[in-house]
Design a protein around this ligand. Structure first.
Ligand SMILES: C[C@H]1O[C@@H](n2cnc3c(N)ncnc32)[C@H](O)[C@@H]1O
Length: 286
C-alpha cells in the first residue's frame, strides 16, 4: 500500500492534471516541469474530518475531485473557487486524526488545517445545528493544559454561531447524564473525538489550525445505545451490527433513521460554514 502522504499528493496531482493546470503551464512556454512535485499545486488549506458524511456537501463543492486511499485514510484533492484544496477522511478518533494531520503536513505543509466535524453538545444552551469555532481544545481526563487555536471571531448567538472551548473525549458521550458530567468537569461547549489529535500534531509541526464543529446531538439528547455498536472502527456502518440492533430493539430503526436525517442537516450547515471561513484563511497566501 502506498504511504499516506504519497496518496495525499496523488489526489491533488490528479485534480490538477484533470483541470489542465499542469499542462497549461507547460504549454505556455514557462520552464518545463518534469519533477512530479513541481506539477502538484500545494493546497493552502487542508480540511480533516473523521467521516465522509460530515463533509459530503463540501466534497461536492470541489471541482475536478480526485480520491485516493493511502495509509488508513481517504484523500480528496480538488479545486475550491480556483484554489487547490485537500480534504482528508481520517476515520474516528484522536490517533487517526493525529496521523492524518502528519500525513497532510508531510505532503503539503499547508498554511492552515481545518479540523471539521460533528460534536455532541455539552452546554445546554446550544441546540442541534449550532456551530462552534473552537478557541481552545482540552483533552478529557488529563491535566494537560488546553491548546489554544488560531482564528478568533465573536460569537453570533442569533445565528447559532459560538466560540469557546471544546473537549476531545475517547468515546461517544451518549447520554444526557454523561454530557452533564463532562460539562461540569470541563465547561466546554461540546465534545468530540479528533480535535486534540489534529491540534497536537499542528503544534509539533508549527502549522496553524482551526476547529469547526456542528452540534449533531445536543445536551438534551440521549443517543441510542446501538450507536456504539453499529459504527465500525472508521465510523462506517457495519451492516451485520445494524441488522442485529434492529432485531434486538425494533424501535432502534427509527432512532437510527432520525440520526441519519439530522446528520445530513448537520453536514449541510457545517459545510456552508467552513466555506464561509475559508476566504478568511486564503488571503495570507494570495
Ligand atoms: C461520531 C463523530 O462525531 C463526533 N461526535 C458527535 N457526537 C459526539 C458525542 N456525543 N460524543 C463524542 N463525539 C461526538 C466525534 O468526533 C466522532 O468522530
Amino acid at each position: 500500500m502506498q504511504s499516506a502522504s504519497q496518496a495525499a499528493m496523488d489526489a491533488v496531482r490528479g485534480a490538477a492534471q484533470d483541470s489542465g493546470k499542469a499542462s497549461d503551464s507547460a504549454a505556455s512556454g514557462q520552464a518545463q516541469t518534469t519533477a512530479d512535485e513541481e506539477e502538484t499545486p500545494s493546497p493552502a488549506i487542508v480540511i480533516i474530518a473523521a467521516l465522509r458524511i460530515e463533509i459530503a456537501p463540501l466534497l461536492a463543492s470541489l471541482k475536478h475531485p480526485h480520491h485516493v486511499q493511502g495509509g488508513d485514510f481517504v484523500f480528496h484533492g480538488g479545486f475550491w473557487k480556483g484554489h487547490p484544496v485537500a480534504i482528508v477522511e481520517s476515520g474516528i478518533g484522536l490517533d487517526r486524526a493525529r496521523r492524518a494531520t502528519h500525513a497532510a503536513i508531510d505532503a503539503f505543509n499547508p498554511q492552515w488545517i481545518i479540523s471539521a466535524g460533528f460534536a455532541g453538545g455539552l452546554d445546554p444552551s446550544l441546540s442541534k445545528g449550532s456551530l462552534i469555532l473552537a478557541e481552545n481544545v482540552q483533552l478529557y481526563g488529563t491535566t494537560q493544559p488546553a491548546i489554544q487555536l488560531g482564528l478568533s471571531m465573536a460569537s453570533e448567538p442569533a445565528n447559532k454561531i459560538f466560540t469557546g472551548s471544546i473537549v476531545t473525549v475517547p468515546q461517544i458521550i451518549r447520554t444526557v447524564k454523561e454530557k452533564q458530567v463532562v460539562f461540569e468537569n470541563t465547561g466546554a461547549l461540546a465534545a468530540e473525538m479528533e480535535t486534540w489529535g489534529v491540534a497536537d500534531a499542528c503544534r509539533t509541526r508549527h502549522c496553524r489550525m482551526i476547529s469547526i464543529r456542528v452540534i449533531s446531538d445536543d445536551a438534551k439528547t440521549n443517543l441510542p445505545p446501538e450507536i456504539l455498536t453499529v459504527s465500525g472502527p472508521t465510523g462506517s456502518v457495519r451492516a451485520g451490527a445494524l441488522v442485529g440492533a434492529i432485531l434486538n430493539r425494533p424501535g432502534s430503526i427509527n432512532d437510527l433513521w432520525s440520526l441519519r436525517e439530522s446528520a445530513l442537516q448537520s453536514s449541510e450547515r457545517l459545510s456552508a460554514f467552513v466555506q464561509s471561513v475559508m476566504p478568511m484563511l486564503l488571503p495570507s497566501v494570495a
